[in-house]
Design a protein around this ligand. Structure first.
Ligand SMILES: Cc1cc2nc3c(=O)[nH]c(=O)nc-3n(C[C@H](O)[C@H](O)[C@H](O)COP(=O)(O)O)c2cc1C
Length: 311
């Protein structure tokens, strides 16, 4: 009733943890058995160690949160040596999320991972800033994204998922470029660039200044973008943005997603994902839907209104 396919990956249900919201190591197994998930997807790892951004790193806002964590991590070599052994075997499907800070770093990261046992796929966080382009995200440019995917695919046989940024001027074009370059799926959306202000102090509330908005506030934008991208590409789309319950999951699937990721909801309630998975069969049964796959891309718009002056 719940299993889904993402290219070569077969997930027992469509619910995946969103990167950065469910740990990077064994802490992902603190609250429930990650085998409950369709896939366990961990926080971004970069080639070199990063300290992350100055605090405060998260502020609350109406309908969501704004974060500027800054991808703190110990770098791929130490991650693979020290942390990765803890996470191997924790989940039925394990996806690592990686990000290069320069174009040439992407294949180097992929070469470190190679065909290491225990990893089922890589998610490429192309939403992160490209140091060489003055901090603009790689994800804005279809040609750059295609080069990243091809460069990574030369160094690792692992299936590649490209995580897209909502700020790309033409998101369907970026998704098409990722698909043509060999990605097995695209995931969207990453957070939306945002700002929180302390007007009395005339300062931003976050230590870094700008941040990324996530949570229920971004769900309608994410639904629109997932729908547009799903119509433009033949590979599966993974929907992300403000998912809090089973109805949210099914909205994304009707809009065109084959699976989903849950982020901010797990920060509020670490048991949100197993709760959502438990709710799904009941929602499907109520609607008389035999299998969750039957819903994917079934959204239909009403016929266009008649032209003015006609009956
Ligand atoms: C605190 C926090 C940290 C995040 N860290 C990452 C990260 O390391 N890599 C990444 O690709 N996305 C990261 N994200 C983005 C989420 O994976 C997700 O795309 C976004 O939050 C939208 O989903 P949501 O509304 O369910 O949270 C982070 C989000 C939050 C809230």
């Amino acid at each position: 009733m719940l299993d889904v396919r993402l290219g070569p990956l077969h997930l027992k249900n469509p619910v995946i943890s969103a990167s950065g919201c469910f740990g990077q190591g064994a802490e992902a197994a603190t609250f429930f058995d990650p085998r409950r998930l369709g896939a366990l997807l961990l926080k971004t790892i970069t080639l070199n160690p990063r300290a992350g951004n100055p605090p405060p790193r998260i502020v609350e806002t109406a309908g969501g949160i704004i974060n500027s964590i800054g991808l703190p991590n110990k770098g791929i070599d130490r991650y693979l040596a020290e942390t990765f052994p803890e996470v191997v075997g924790l989940a039925d499907c394990l996806i690592l999320n990686v990000a290069g800070e320069r174009l040439e770093e992407w294949p180097r990261l992929a070469a470190c991972i190679g065909d290491r046992a225990g990893i089922d796929a890589l998610e490429l966080n192309v939403s992160c800033p490209n140091v060489e382009q003055g901090g603009l995200p790689f994800a804005r440019d279809p040609e750059v994204v295609a080069r990243i995917v091809r460069g990574v695919a030369r160094e690792t046989p692992l299936p590649l998922i490209v995580k897209l940024a909502p700020e790309a001027p033409d998101l369907p074009a970026v998704a098409q470029a990722a698909a043509e370059a060999g990605a097995i799926a695209v995931s969207l959306i990453n957070t939306i660039r945002a700002l929180a202000v302390d007007w009395r102090a005339r300062r931003p509330l976050l230590g870094y200044g700008f941040g990324g908005l996530s949570g229920p506030a971004i769900k309608p934008v994410a639904l629109r973008l997932v729908h547009e991208v799903a119509r433009a590409v033949a590979i599966p789309v993974i929907g992300i943005g403000g998912i809090q319950d089973a109805d949210d999951v099914l909205e994304f699937m009707v809009a065109g997603a084959s699976a989903v990721q849950v982020g901010t909801a797990s920060l509020r309630d670490p048991l949100a994902m197993p709760r959502i998975i438990d709710e799904l069969p009941e929602r499907l049964a109520e609607a008389g839907v035999a299998h969750v796959r039957d819903l994917v891309g079934t959204l239909r718009f009403p016929p266009a209104p008649p032209a003015p002056g006609r009956p």
